[in-house]
Structure formats: structure tokens, C-alpha cells
Design a protein around this ligand. Structure first.
Ligand SMILES: Nc1nc2c(c(=O)[nH]1)N[C@H]1C(S)=C(S)[C@@H](COP(=O)(O)O)O[C@H]1N2
Ligand SMILES: [Mo]
Length: 379
């Protein structure tokens, strides 16, 4: 009697069907990351196509897209590790390049694998404020995303036939080779459980009902003065003296009939408006509160500008940072909830949240919610 050699657990799990199923899950998470990443990119760097600019409502939209971006990337980590483990023996097949098609397929794996590891690794590190690199993270993360998605399309094309075959009935019903230990279903269940655990223990940084489970999240959404986290403090930004100076003035200028210079007391004397708005940091955390202050459109109007058809650039007391200024598009200027905030939760702003006044608007990446605003330029 010929006995089939017993195959180890490892060998049995290196099959096409496992690789395909993991690949589908990973592919979906990458497409979600890519699309939600594009939203963040174009919210910060509008294409000037008007119709593609970030809307100001619904106010929860950006919070959800960016929370999803970081959650999908986090969940992809166990999927990618499992997928690489499933397929790595194939990297050592002989001959390494069989023909042109095979060569193209294998070479496209380099940007796919290296790019995926790079995107997930730098994305997680950025969220954890561990930034040992010298490049500009948003720029490199954005361009690498195109490389990865391109390589992914090529990979899916190259593997289409094999993947379809491995999902077919015959493959499903074929007996798995004998052996003890983990079978495919058990392995996939373990990977799914790992993905579930990393998601449940991090998504609370943006999804409040799970806040208490956010053990692995880099940021607790309510840790900080006035219940809102602080990345950049006033002393870190070097603005403490200027922000506390009684001579502080908010300047409104640009395409307006008259230039305004308003003290904080004068701003407080204007009609105040309150809105429940979130700060949604690109790092993945978000935190909502009731902010009150003067709608930006009222300030534009007071200066004799056109609040319906203007964009506004706000400038901070802080100098020399990428976050020292930001631009509001027309829909955001028009929206009454776009505020020059003077208070949060009914209390005057804490200096680390931008005292004397900060910008806060619905559907805006956190990096654009400029703190310590001192100048508005209407265009
Ligand atoms: N002037 C100024 N405004 C700023 C920042 C900054 O560093 N300087 N950080 C931005 C970022 S990245 C976010 S997420 C929000 C909230 O940041 P915080 O946690 O530092 O308050 O404020 C934004 N406004
Ligand atoms: Mo941020």
C-alpha cells in the first residue's frame, strides 16, 4: 500500500484557495483605504474642479471616511501577514522566471509587497506619533498608494484564472490533504479573529460607543483639556505669549469693503452660534464637542465681503508649521456651522485648543482646523 505522505499544517495552508480568500479580503480593505485616502488627499489639496471639493454637510462624513481609512488599514495588517505567510513558499519555486508573463507577474510583486508593507507600517507609525523618517509622510503615503493600487490591479489580472478556479466548486469540495492540526477553515477563522480584535481595540478612538475597548488605540478620544485630545500644545507651537497678549486682534482682510481688526471681547459681543462638530485627525482619532463662536460668513459679511462666493484662508499666530494656515472652500464659508470658535462645551477655549480663537468646521481634516487664528484673508 502506498501511503500518502502526511503533510504538515504549514504545507496544507499554503494552498491557492486560502491565498485567494485572504487576497479578496485584503483587496477589499486596500480599495477602501485607497478611496478614503483620496478623499483626505483632495480635502487637503483640492483639485480646483469645484464639484470635487469637500462638502460641508453631512457633518459626520469626513469623520467616518477617515475613521474607516485608518480602521481598514489596521485590519489589513493581520490579513497581509497571513497572506504573505500563505504564499511565501511560492517565492522559492524553480525556475524563478518561466516565461515573459511569469516574469511580469513576479516583478509586479515587488512594488505590491514592498508598497503594502510600507503603507501599513508608515500609516500605523504615523498614527502612533513614531515618525523616524525624513520624508513628508502625506506626500509619500499618497504616491505610494497609487503604486500599490496599480500593482494590485496587475496582480488581480495575473491571478484571475487561478483565483476563479480555486473558488470553484471542485476546489471547495476537494478533500483537504490529511494531516493533523489546523485546517483551512480554522486558519481563516484565526486570521478573522485577529483582524476583529485589532479593529475592536482601536476603532473606539473615533467610534465613541467602543471607546472603552480602545486599548490598542494610540489616542483616547476624550483625554485632554475640555475632553478633547491635544497633539500640539500652545507651548509646543511657541504661541503662549502671543495668545495671552491683551493686544490680540483678529484681522479680516482681502476681498472685502473694509479691513476689520477685532479684539476677543469684540468677537464675543457679536451674535454667537453653536454647533456640534468633530475634530477628525488624519491619524484616526476623532472627538466631537459643542463649539461656539462667530460664523466665518458673518465676519466676511461684516467686512463687506460676499459670504456666498468667497474662499477664506485663515492664518495662525503659529509660524513656520504646515498647519499655520488653511483654506476654506466656498461651501464651507457659506455654512453657518463653520465657526471662528471662542468656546467649547460652554467654557472659553483652553489655550491648547486655540485660545483666543480657532477655526472649526464640519467635514474637514483635523489638520485644517487651525488653532490660534489671528488673520482671515478673503478671496
Ligand atoms: N496652528 C495649528 N493648528 C492646528 C494644529 C497645529 O499643529 N497648529 N494641528 C492640527 C491638527 S493635526 C489637528 S488633528 C487639530 C487638533 O489638533 P490638536 O490635538 O493638536 O488640538 O488641530 C489642527 N490645528
Ligand atoms: Mo491631526
Amino acid at each position: 500500500m502506498v501511503r500518502r505522505p502526511r503533510r504538515s499544517v504549514a504545507q496544507r495552508l499554503h494552498d491557492e484557495r486560502t491565498a485567494t480568500l485572504l487576497g479578496i479580503a485584503l483587496g477589499i480593505s486596500f480599495v477602501v483605504c485607497f478611496l478614503t485616502g483620496l478623499i483626505t488627499q483632495f480635502a487637503q489639496h483640492p483639485l480646483d474642479l469645484g464639484f470635487l471639493s469637500m462638502p460641508a454637510s453631512p457633518g459626520w462624513l469626513y469623520r467616518v471616511t477617515q475613521g474607516t481609512h485608518v480602521a481598514a488599514g489596521t485590519l489589513a495588517v493581520p490579513l497581509l501577514l497571513a497572506k504573505l505567510w500563505t504564499v511565501y513558499p511560492r517565492l522559492f519555486t524553480w525556475p524563478p522566471l518561466r516565461n515573459v508573463a511569469h516574469a511580469v507577474e513576479r516583478i509586479s510583486l515587488v512594488p505590491l509587497v514592498a508598497g503594502s508593507l510600507f503603507q501599513l507600517g508608515t500609516g500605523l507609525a504615523n498614527g502612533a506619533h513614531w515618525r523616524p523618517w525624513l520624508f513628508d509622510f502625506p506626500v509619500v503615503h499618497y504616491w505610494t498608494a497609487w503604486i500599490v493600487i496599480g500593482a494590485l490591479v496587475a496582480h488581480v489580472g495575473a491571478k484571475w484564472t487561478i483565483a476563479r478556479r480555486s473558488l470553484g466548486r471542485a476546489a471547495r469540495e476537494a478533500p483537504q490533504p490529511a494531516g493533523s492540526g489546523l485546517d483551512r477553515r480554522g486558519f481563516l477563522a484565526a486570521v478573522a479573529a485577529a483582524a476583529g480584535v485589532v479593529t475592536l481595540t482601536t476603532v473606539g478612538q473615533t467610534f465613541r460607543p467602543l471607546g472603552r475597548l480602545a486599548l490598542l488605540a494610540p489616542r483616547r478620544p476624550d483625554a485632554g483639556p475640555q475632553g478633547i485630545p491635544v497633539n500640539k500644545s500652545a507651548s509646543g507651537a511657541g504661541v503662549v505669549e502671543l495668545a495671552m497678549d491683551v493686544r490680540f486682534r483678529l484681522v479680516v482682510e482681502g476681498r472685502v469693503a473694509r479691513r476689520l481688526e477685532l479684539s476677543r471681547a469684540q468677537l464675543l459681543a457679536l451674535p454667537q452660534h453653536s454647533a456640534h462638530l468633530a475634530i477628525a485627525c488624519v491619524e484616526g482619532w476623532s472627538s466631537a464637542a459643542v463649539w461656539s463662536g462667530v460664523p466665518i460668513r458673518d465676519l466676511v459679511e461684516l467686512a463687506g465681503g460676499d459670504p456666498e462666493h468667497s474662499t477664506v484662508v485663515v492664518h495662525s499666530l503659529q509660524r513656520g508649521s504646515a498647519y499655520s494656515s488653511s483654506q476654506l472652500n466656498e461651501p464651507h464659508v457659506r455654512d453657518r456651522d463653520t465657526l471662528l470658535a471662542l468656546a467649547v462645551g460652554g467654557e472659553p477655549l483652553h489655550i491648547d485648543h486655540g485660545y483666543p480663537c480657532r477655526l472649526i468646521a464640519p467635514d474637514r481634516p483635523g489638520v485644517q482646523q487651525t488653532k490660534w487664528v489671528t488673520r482671515m484673508v478673503v478671496t
